[in-house]
Design a binder for this molecule. Structure first.
Ligand SMILES: Cc1cc2nc3c(=O)[nH]c(=O)nc-3n(C[C@H](O)[C@H](O)[C@H](O)COP(=O)(O)OP(=O)(O)OC[C@H]3O[C@@H](n4cnc5c(N)ncnc54)[C@H](O)[C@@H]3O)c2cc1C
Length: 392
């Protein structure tokens, strides 16, 4: 690896949750970290703004939970509705916080730890392996780093240029708006209402009478006629809670959308040399619900620890273990969500399951355990698990 003092230890491209956490961990390890983002912070990001237990656990692990929680709203129940509106309440621990606020907080934590943040659009990364990397910026200029970390979310152009992209198409697309309404709601709601299937919708209270409301659809099931704005309208009209929210609505903010990449698929996490990717760039978002902030940060934590090991060893060799580490430590957590994604549209199945869960505390506890990551998802959402749940 180059020893030139002008060469950064790690250049992290993208300062969303994945990039910020990778930068924070490496800076805390004493590495010279450059965080490059094309946007100026604080910046908005289309999102449901919900932090589920995996995200809270990671923030706690790095001592960031209290500062995030201070700017967030806390909720202890999530309610999931099936296509025919049978619902199940899941006891859990959730925060909602606008992404402009969350991401700025995480970037601030990374810079406080010693990372340097610059605004710039990286257009190319040359990976010279043990000789390091060269990053080119839009508008001219380049910089060098021993290692480069791609944390560009669902924007895959750098992955493609580095030969790491395996599937250009995103997994899903989703939109959200903020509705300001007097309607009371004390929980996060996700709905697979039959009027919008194969799409899904959500209503997440942000506190103070603001609700993050949105819908999404898996790209494989979308047709050229799929119109997400129309779907959001149908959702708010057909779903009783949506109607109630709109009836008491004072105003609505602009609709914004973004792509999602699911299931730890779509890209090679390690380019083979000095470049690795973290977060949604490696498809870290969960299928079915589209929750991805927690897992984006978890991939970043694993990638950053291996990058630190590589810098310590003076060779990129430790990064070779990255893909396998992701597969071993995180892959099983996606299995239940993938299966549920396939089965949610099976007529009556989800509603029957949710009805059952209302009367079976153990099944409800299993759903909570799946969300809270204390129960292996495949134990709940598998042919055997479903049979057990429906017949026991
Ligand atoms: C509508 C919607 C709702 C969602 N709801 C939730 C939810 O409620 N909870 C949840 O956990 N997840 C949710 N997700 C998923 C979540 O948004 C992602 O999983 C998460 O943002 C991934 O984080 P990341 O850091 O990998 O990428 P991002 O947050 O997308 O950050 C990538 C960063 O890279 C920068 N960048 C991109 N290209 C370049 C470049 N070439 N040069 C420099 N900078 C670049 C971007 O400006 C951006 O700041 C939702 C997604 C959508 C679309």
């Amino acid at each position: 690896m180059p020893t030139d003092p002008e060469v950064w230890d790690v250049a992290v491209v993208g300062a969303g949750p994945a990039g910020a956490i990778a930068g924070l961990i490496l800076a805390r390890a004493g590495r010279r970290v450059l965080l490059v983002d094309r946007r100026r912070f604080p910046r908005d990001k289309a999102c449901g703004d919900a932090l589920i237990p995996d995200a809270l656990a990671l923030l706690a692990r790095y001592g960031l939970l209290a500062r995030v929680e201070a700017k967030a709203a806390r909720w202890t129940v999530g309610t999931v509705y099936g296509p025919y509106r049978m619902s199940v309440d899941i006891d859990t621990d959730l925060l909602t916080i606008r992404r402009a606020v969350l991401d700025a907080e995480l970037v601030a934590a990374a810079t406080e730890a010693g990372a340097t943040l610059v605004q710039g659009m990286v257009t190319e990364i040359d990976d010279a392996g043990e000789s390091g990397t060269t990053l080119r910026l839009a508008g001219g200029g380049e910089l060098r780093a021993r290692l480069a970390c791609i944390a560009t979310g669902a924007n895959v152009s750098l992955l493609e240029r580095c030969g790491m992209l395996e599937r250009p198409a995103p997994s899903a697309v989703a939109i959200r708006t903020y509705v300001h309404s007097d309607h009371p709601l004390d929980r996060l709601v996700v709905s697979f209402d039959r009027h919008i299937l194969p799409g899904y919708g959500w209503i997440f209270p942000m506190g103070g009478g603001t609700f993050n409301v949105g819908c999404g659809v898996v790209t494989g099931t979308a047709t050229p006629d799929t119109d997400l704005r129309a779907m959001l309208g149908v959702f708010l009209d057909a779903f009783p809670l949506g109607r109630a929210l709109v009836r008491a609505e004072a105003r609505r903010e602009a609709v914004r959308g973004a792509l999602l990449r699911y299931g730890l698929t779509g890209a090679r996490p390690h380019g083979g040399g000095a470049v690795f990717a973290v977060g949604e760039a490696v498809g870290s978002t969960y299928p079915l619900t589209g929750e991805g902030i927690g897992k984006a940060m978890e991939t970043a934590a694993i990638g950053a620890s291996l990058a630190d090991a590589a810098l310590r060893a003076g060779t990129t060799t430790p990064l070779a273990a990255y893909s396998e580490r992701l597969a071993r430590e995180l892959r099983p957590k996606y299995a239940g969500y993938e299966a549920a994604q396939r089965w949610i549209a099976v007529p009556g199945l989800a509603d029957a399951l949710f009805w059952r869960a209302r009367h079976r505390p153990r099944l409800r506890a299993a759903f909570s355990g799946m969300l809270n990551e204390t129960v292996e998802p495949s134990r709940v959402i598998s042919p055997r698990g479903l049979l057990r749940a429906l017949l026991a």
